[in-house]
Design a protein around this ligand. Sequence first.
Ligand SMILES: [Zn+2]
Length: 458
Amino acid sequence: MARITFIGAAGVVTGSKHLLETDAGTRVLLDCGLYQGLSELTQRNWTPPPVDPAHLNAVLLSHGHLDHCGYLPALVQQGFGGRIYCTSATADVTELVLRDAAGLQEDEAKRASRHPERGLHTTPLYTTADVEKVVPLFSHVEYGQMCTDLPGCTFRFSDAGHILGSEIMEIFFEHKILVFTGDIGRYGRPLLRDPTPIAQADYVLAESTYGDRLHPQSDPQDDLCTVINASLGRNGVLVIPSFAIGRTQEVLYAIGQLQAANRIPACAIYVDSPMGIAADDIMERHPEATRFDLRQRFGAGDESIGAKHVTNVQTQADSIKLNDLSSNAIIIASSGMAAGGRVLHHLRNRLGRANDTVCLVGFQSPGTLGQQLLAGQKHPKVMGVPIDVHATIAHIDGFSAHADRSELLRWFGNFTSSPRTFIVHADPGPAASLAAAVASQYHINATPAQQGEVVEIK
Ligand SMILES: [Zn+2]
């Protein structure tokens, strides 16, 4: 009898890994994500998964966020040599993300070696050399194409609308259909398409990151317009901490729309994120994964998703030069929750300036600098140094890449069958809340997946 084992992202929102074993002996890992956040979770990355990677036939990868793809180099290091199936856009995003992650882990291991008293890992979980071994394993499967490579099971991907290249998977085996959502995106976003409706399934593994919450009704582009005008009106500089992939492109697109409509004054825009600049390029190379062809819409040579007066800042030295700006500029820099990256030195430099503004975009995890600023802390530590906050702190919540409760329920409304549903990739509250809503609204038997739970497919 075929079975599914929930290896990760059960009761939590990171570490996405689900094992499908068919009667024919095919073993497929759905996602291969890293645990992130609190140390009790990241510690789990050091325990090998309960399946011999050498005996896995393949990994089906839903998208290139680290919590879905970030364990791949470790899996390869442990003997996995099968194919990694995903869209070509996901392969490009994943390579970019893994190279960055390996570099960060190498840096962390070096720091840990200098401070053995802290008891942290002095060898990285994986290195750039391990990432090099992952890249040749990618097999591209385009949206809608039925892949028949694996014995005893076929599968196809459709657009999840979450980030560039993201997929919902339909897996067909032994007269059953298993659907895995990966992460589900939003409806009506400007750059990405709506999540693809699926009508038929026997089993569903569905994410529920925002299963108990609704996103704000206001248009994030309007909110950004308000923040930009207020910031520049104070004769200051606006700093936007932003995720490099997805978020930076959405913010640039929104700025471009506001510029075209003359809703914001002329100002200089700096994208201070080599990874964000690379992600712009990947997005422009994959019109099959966007709502429209960005290169045609914005013309050849436009590197900035429609925004004008944009300077891409590549080097650390040029990044530091931005400290001299005193007004009429916007700096977009990683990371999105101000938990690391170049944005930290901008915050250290600008939080004390009364004319400047820091605009946090989206959810800010507990413990991050972004969350401390949002909570109104006046003396947070930035790069280990306490800073007196005099800058204005703004917040825009509408740029989320995840479907909220109403959007998840809208997607479930497409089923004409009643698939047995397991909620994954959610904290316990949102998981239970969405399971109850799906059950009451659509009479679908839905329960939160438990860590290590094995489900027999009957
Ligand atoms: Zn994601």
